[in-house]
Write a protein that binds this ligand. Structure first.
Ligand code: PMP
Ligand code: GLU
Length: 397
């Protein structure tokens, strides 16, 4: 596009959102597609949260909100960090944004200069590398395949660091793999970071509460590096609030101030009504989150039990989030009705056309061996989807 900046031309569109839109468009044409592409809870926002938003409208919360978020919300976020993560922040260190995606973009744009290197472990969430490109940074990818349960090792981290390394983006629990770093595994990475005091660590913990092992450790809990960690979280996944668009970050004061400045020129404060809903989510009973987690666990177990019986599919059991990321490479080079499947894009397309299930190709996340299947959909849909997947895979030879 001639009139569009080089910076923007270098960006790819979000593959997760693209697959979701394609699947919804096919559904609108009357095609019976089961959508396993999108990463969002299928549950409705709990009633007490919706009520708080209605109350906020009636109480005339219709004016510009403070750039960094309402003080009561930022205080509640401090309490959340303290209670859940043993992290001490003052409200000045909290920035409320238009979703966690926005929080990550704020940090990336605040710290990355053209040519700076940002380490991104693969499989990665699609937006990380595009945001780094937007900042004219250079992505340095560390490959962590299924054999290492999709987690990087301290030796890999050490090898990826150069004098140009500015930041790293970690995600635990991970989208797309569901991998969770244990405290010991994080301690190993922290030892490496201690040797490189200038690297900023962006820790995306948006799936914190979708956890099947019962323990979440934030890398910011390690005091030796806390002063250079930006912990990103939000209400989208934990409270089924994807459309409300509220994310937040806890960070050292200098970084919070930088994001405040950036937000002041880009978006201003996030929606006043949505902030009041997010406040209710954080300060109310957390049973709704626990109930959703239980449903996700049941669905994960079901999907894994079905996939285990599909010849040629190799799948790790995700410890959190709501995705499985099976290795489909045993099918590459094989065909159906004369059409060869050569990689994850072909595989996702085949499953869409033949099986009428929408998934996301692993190459969008930096691992072409795999595809991403979201199990954030109803139990009935999952039964049908797994039947279809099994039948479609049997037809490949
Ligand atoms: N990080 C990860 C890993 C995600 O999967 C998502 C989901 N879109 C986000 C961040 C952004 O979440 P949101 O902007 O809805 O808070
Ligand atoms: N995080 C979700 C996903 O990976 C939502 C889509 C997006 O924001 O990219 O599918």
């Amino acid at each position: 596009m001639a009139n569009v900046s080089k910076r923007l031309n270098s960006l790819s569109e979000s593959q997760t959102i693209a697959m979701n839109q394609k699947s919804n468009a096919m559904k609108a044409q009357g095609i019976d597609i089961i959508n396993l592409s999108v990463g969002e809870p299928d549950f409705f926002t709990p009633d007490h949260i919706k009520q708080a938003a209605k109350d906020a409208i009636d109480a005339n919360f219709s004016f510009y909100s403070p750039i960094t978020g309402y003080p009561d919300l930022r205080k509640a976020i401090c309490k959340k960090f303290k209670d859940d993560n043993h992290l001490d922040y003052t409200p000045e260190q909290i920035i409320v944004s238009v979703g966690a995606k926005h929080s990550i973009a704020n940090v990336v744009l605040s710290v990355v200069d053209p040519g700076d290197e940002v380490i991104v472990p693969a499989p990665y969430w699609v937006s990380y590398i595009e945001q780094v490109k937007l900042a004219e940074g250079v992505n340095v990818i560390i490959e962590a395949g299924i054999d290492q349960r999709f987690k990087i090792t301290p030796a890999q981290l050490e090898a990826a660091i150069t004098p140009k390394t500015k930041a790293i983006i970690l995600c635990s629990p991970s989208n797309p793999t569901g991998a969770i770093y244990t405290r010991d595994e994080l301690a190993g990475l922290v030892e490496v970071f201690e040797k490189h005091p200038n690297i900023i660590i962006i820790s995306d913990e948006i799936y914190e509460h979708i956890n099947f092992v019962g323990v979440h450790t934030s890398i910011a809990e390690f005091p030796s590096i806390k002063e250079r960690v930006a912990v990103v979280n939000g209400v989208s996944k934990s409270y089924a609030m994807t459309g409300w668009r509220i994310g937040y970050m806890g960070a050292p004061l200098w970084l919070a101030k930088a994001c405040d400045k950036l937000q002041g020129q880009m978006t201003s404060g996030a929606s006043s009504i949505a902030q009041k809903a997010a406040l209710a989510a954080l300060v109310s009973d957390q049973k709704c989150t626990a109930d959703m987690n239980q449903a996700f666990r049941r669905r994960r177990d079901y999907v894994l039990s079905r996939i285990a019986k599909m010849n040629g599919v190799r799948c790790d059991s995700p410890d959190g989030a709501f995705y499985v990321f099976p290795d489909m490479s045993a099918f590459y080079g094989k065909s159906n009705e004369g059409k060869k499947i050569t990689g994850s894009a072909d595989m996702s397309l085949y499953l869409l056309e033949k099986g009428q299930i929408a998934t996301v190709p692993g190459d969008a996340f930096g691992d072409d061996n795999c595809i991403r299947i979201s199990f954030a959909t109803s139990d009935e849909n999952l039964v049908k989807a797994m039947d279809r997947m099994e039948a479609a895979l049997k037809a490949i030879s």
